[in-house]
Design a protein around this ligand. Structure first.
Ligand SMILES: Cc1cc2nc3c(=O)[nH]c(=O)nc-3n(C[C@H](O)[C@H](O)[C@H](O)COP(=O)(O)OP(=O)(O)OC[C@H]3O[C@@H](n4cnc5c(N)ncnc54)[C@H](O)[C@@H]3O)c2cc1C
Ligand SMILES: NC(=O)c1ccc[n+]([C@@H]2O[C@H](COP(=O)([O-])OP(=O)(O)OC[C@H]3O[C@@H](n4cnc5c(N)ncnc54)[C@H](OP(=O)(O)O)[C@@H]3O)[C@@H](O)[C@H]2O)c1
Length: 241
């Protein structure tokens, strides 16, 4: 059973007409980077949102997209500083590094807002303590949706992170065209990252459920299989809908 905590919006940053990041003051919550929590404007209308902030940061941060016909996301996008937000007291989820076995390369592969839990993970020290190479992959429709570039660029400049982007609905210099599963199959993803996608890797996938299925199928053709506690593998997934 969850109880509801009162949060207060500190900032609502709009990256594009549809993409927003909420920073929220709230009572401290115990969670692990990669987890999510249910938020809403009233207990009858709540949705899961991944934390973008790391656990040690007292200000909560969520990254969202407006689904025009969706009941909650358009309302969240319109929240102004000072507005109230309900937050469940019980974060949850298994898209966390404590669930991931040791590997040489950690691949964090996302579409759209599926980058959110990986941003939280990348704001902790754990990836670099545990993995020799860390790759972040982000696929979006338009280049303007390649968000959090300051945070990511800093990690890239420090040689801690390799960053590969896909832009699928316009030409975008510096980004791959098309979709992630095709680029796994034809070797473009490995070439762009300069890292192998083989049994020495662990791949965390987050975002569009069809991408999760298609990418897992492409990885299975390379001998990678879903990770389960009783049957260790190489793929961990979280679906956003
Ligand atoms: C574990 C988990 C974590 C999540 N974390 C986030 C997050 O960090 N940020 C976020 O924006 N959403 C996240 N979501 C989705 C979120 O819970 C809502 O579904 C979303 O905000 C839309 O809410 P809604 O009420 O407007 O529409 P809903 O009625 O919830 O959804 C309507 C439709 O919109 C589409 N949709 C839903 N979410 C998305 C999305 N994120 N991107 C593209 N299309 C979508 C799907 O087709 C869905 O059927 C997460 C979902 C889960 C299960
Ligand atoms: N992104 C926008 O411009 C925008 C603006 C306003 C509202 N919205 C709303 O937001 C929702 C969509 O959000 P989104 O654009 O973040 O998510 P999305 O539709 O999941 O697209 C994000 C990326 O994932 C790719 N993708 C989709 N299915 C895939 C699959 N099976 N395998 C591999 N890659 C796949 C897309 O490629 P493809 O392009 O090839 O599909 C795109 O590059 C919709 O409800 C839409 O109405 C979006």
């Amino acid at each position: 059973m969850s109880t509801w905590l009162a949060g207060r919006v500190l900032e609502n940053r709009h990256w594009t007409d549809a993409l927003f990041s909420l920073r929220v003051e709230a009572p401290r919550l115990d969670f692990e980077a990669g987890q999510f929590v249910r938020i809403g404007l009233e207990p009858a209308l709540v949705r899961a949102f991944s934390f973008v902030n790391p656990p040690h940061d007292p200000v909560l941060e969520f990254y969202g997209i407006v689904v025009p016909q969706g009941p909650l996301s358009p309302r969240l996008a319109r929240l102004e500083p000072g507005a109230s937000l309900q937050i469940a007291s019980n974060p949850a989820g298994f898209l966390t590094l404590s669930q991931v076995p040791d590997a040489d390369t950690l691949w964090l592969v996302s579409t759209g807002t599926g980058i959110a839990p990986f941003l939280s993970i990348l704001r902790t020290e754990t990836p670099w303590r545990r993995f020799r190479t860390v790759v972040l992959v982000h696929a979006v429709r338009h280049a303007s949706e390649l968000v959090y570039r300051d945070l990511i660029g800093k990690l890239v400049n420090e040689n801690r992170l390799r960053y590969v982007t896909f832009v699928s609905r316009e030409a975008a210099p510096g980004s791959l065209a098309g979709r992630i599963p095709a680029a796994i199959r034809d070797g473009r993803l490995e070439a762009a990252a300069g890292a192998p996608l083989d049994e020495r890797a662990h791949v965390m996938l987050c975002g569009n459920p069809q991408m999760l299925r298609d990418a897992a199928a492409a990885l299975a053709e390379r001998g990678l299989r879903k990770h389960r506690r009783r049957n260790p593998g190489h793929i961990t997934v979280e679906s956003f809908w």
